[in-house]
Ligand binder design. Structure first.
Ligand code: ZN
Length: 326
């Protein structure tokens, strides 16, 4: 039996032939065909070198990117529609504000507050890469603008207090995530945690200074320093305890517990010293609880509980560490 098969049919069989999973008859057909057909023989010899797999991978990539582009365009379109809807109240307010003869007074407040809303709705729709990074940046910027407009409109002088407080709050929550986002992470290099802590500390000090300039009271600075300094030191100590040593989580949690207990105990006296008041170790009278003893008893209880809980956690951690090294 000598049947000639078309090249197309043989090419369908080639992968099966290569993997040696085709029938005897198909096998013979392929061999007879490639003896005469150099094109199919060439295809067979290239089957194993990954050329085909490469083509399939490439086509897969193209399909995925086409799909992604489609969705990007679609969400950008929705974003544009939402932005257009946002323009309506802006236009209405502009007309009413002008018509009422007040000049462009509260129009800018409406404009700025819509800007805040737009930053949270339109930016995520329009941006395709690093979406939430752009959103949080746009939100922060529009919030600062809104605060400025409100402050100017009401004739207040509280802008820098509100702005630095907002910045500090947003940074404390979002900065750890922002530094890990791709475009930021590449430029920041090593020790991102330290840089976040430095930024937070800087913003905190800036906020406290702005509040001080706002309240204009000589008493403020000593109180602010006395309260802030122990807090900042505690934040840095906890950060350093978690970031730098190579213990396991339980030992770290234990040390943090103990540190918080000890800090709680000495913060009161430290504030007294910083404010120039007579300082002393609080009295401990565990069996007498009344208005005079309660403060001292509580700080002692926090100290003891912190150290005990810390010790228990650290011991469990050490036992686990010991088992691992065995
Ligand atoms: Zn052929």
């Amino acid at each position: 039996m000598n049947v000639t098969y078309s090249c197309e049919l043989i090419r369908d069989l080639l992968p099966l032939y290569k993997d040696e999973v085709c029938s005897q008859e198909s096998r013979r057909a392929v061999e007879e065909h490639i003896a005469d057909c150099s094109v199919c023989a060439g295809l067979l010899s290239r089957l194993g070198d990954g050329a085909i797999e490469e083509t399939i991978e490439k086509e897969k990539g193209e399909v995925i990117s086409r799909q992604a582009k489609f969705f990007r365009r679609k969400s950008a379109f929705v974003g544009a529609v939402v932005a257009a809807i946002f323009m309506l109240p802006i236009l209405v307010c502009l007309i009413v504000d002008l018509a009422s003869g007040a000049g462009l007074s509260w129009f800018f407040i409406v404009l700025a507050s819509l800007l805040v809303a737009a930053s949270l709705i339109i930016v995520p729709l329009m941006v395709s890469e690093n979406r939430w990074l752009w959103t949080i940046t746009a939100f922060t910027a529009s919030l600062l603008i809104l605060l400025a407009v409100c402050c100017i409109y009401t004739g207040g002088r509280w802008y820098f207090v509100a702005a630095t407080a907002s910045l500090f709050g947003l940074a404390a929550v979002f900065l750890p995530f922002v530094v890990r986002a791709r475009p930021v992470a590449g430029r920041l290099g090593e020790n991102k945690g330290v840089k976040v802590m430095l930024t937070d500390t800087g913003l905190f000090i800036l906020m406290m200074v702005c509040i001080g300039l706002y309240v204009r009271s000589a008493l403020y600075w000593s109180i602010a320093l006395a309260v802030s300094l122990p807090l900042m030191i505690l934040a840095w100590v906890i950060f350093a305890l978690i970031r730098f040593p190579r213990y396991n989580g339980l030992i770290k949690a234990g040390t943090c517990c103990a540190v918080v207990g000890i800090f709680g105990f000495f913060t009161g006296p430290a504030i007294d010293v910083l404010m120039g008041r007579p300082a002393g170790i609080p009295a401990f009278s565990p069996f007498i609880w009344n208005a005079f003893t309660i403060d001292g008893n509580v700080v002692w209880a926090v100290l003891i509980a912190g150290i005990l809980a810390g010790a228990v956690l650290a011991i469990i951690g050490l036992i686990k560490e010991g088992r691992k090294t065995k």
